[in-house]
Write a protein that binds this ligand. Structure first.
Ligand code: HPA
Length: 253
């Protein structure tokens, strides 16, 4: 039976109706954002961590990314899917777009970026040319296709520190950097998964136009509504992914 990790983003509380086993777990890096929830979906074991805690109290710059990834590895996850809400910069990636990004620009700072940062460790470097797992990305895209949901193949995810949103000038600058979407949680999550050798991919959920691209300010009520609509689609993609994993598991050990 395949075992996957799911990092649930904003708005995903109660997205499925499976019965859940709560697994309190500690790690050498402290506790994860919340107890890890275990449930079965289409005969796949899913270990889910709510990135922002349960209830939602942990802001992006305070998430214990190392503990979350470590805990999922400890629980035997063979792959991790993360769901991240983002703002759209690319004119083709407006609110309501789902995407599977293929690249990252990291502008976060002050977060624990590595499992190997003790003074006693030998410096170690992982290859991060392609930050996401190609096979897992394809499986997410197939899952969306089989659900007849549009999902963009690729895109540059630019990670900001937050928790504030960006200025209009920052977004204009990020556009010149070829960023397609902007979010606060994509890093160091992806790099930490790579350090532990776990295939990792993201479902990006565009919930607003990035700052300055539509109107003078961001409308948080609209963002919340958009998030709700999108998460229903994300749920279908994850359901289909697990349904098909039992048939086409390319990364299973
Ligand atoms: N910027 C940064 N993070 C986000 C945004 C945004 O516009 N929307 C959702 N997460």
């Amino acid at each position: 039976m395949a075992t996957i990790g799911l990092i649930a983003g904003s708005g995903m509380q109660g997205w499925h109706e499976q019965s859940i086993e709560q697994q309190p777990i500690d790690t050498p890096y402290g506790p994860p954002s919340a107890a890890i929830e275990r449930f079965e979906l289409n005969q796949v074991t899913v270990h889910q961590v709510a990135r922002h805690g349960q209830p939602h109290t942990v802001p992006p710059h305070r998430v214990n990314y190392r503990a979350n990834i470590w805990a999922l590895k400890e629980l035997g996850c063979e792959a991790i899917v993360a769901v991240n809400t983002v703002g759209g910069i690319n004119a083709n990636m407006g609110p309501g777009t789902l995407l599977v990004p293929d690249q990252i620009i990291d502008l976060t700072w002050g977060r624990a970026q590595s499992f190997w940062d003790s003074a006693d460790d030998e410096p170690r470097h992982v290859d991060f040319t392609e930050p996401y797992d190609a096979a897992l990305r394809q499986q997410l895209l197939h899952a969306a296709e089989h659900e007849s949901l549009a999902m963009h193949d690729g895109g540059v995810y630019l990670a900001t520190q937050g928790p504030r949103l960006e200025t209009a000038a920052e977004i204009r600058h990020y556009r010149t950097m070829q960023a397609d979407v902007v979010g606060m949680t994509g890093m160091p999550e992806a790099a930490l998964a790579r350090e532990l050798g776990i295939p990792f991919a993201v479902i990006g959920v565009v919930v607003n136009w990035a700052a300055g691209l539509a109107g003078p300010t961001l409308d948080f009520i609209e963002i919340e509504q958009q998030q709700k609509t999108c998460i229903r689609q994300v749920a279908r993609v994850i359901w289909r992914l697990t349904n098909e994993l039992t048939k086409i598991v390319t990364y299973q050990q």
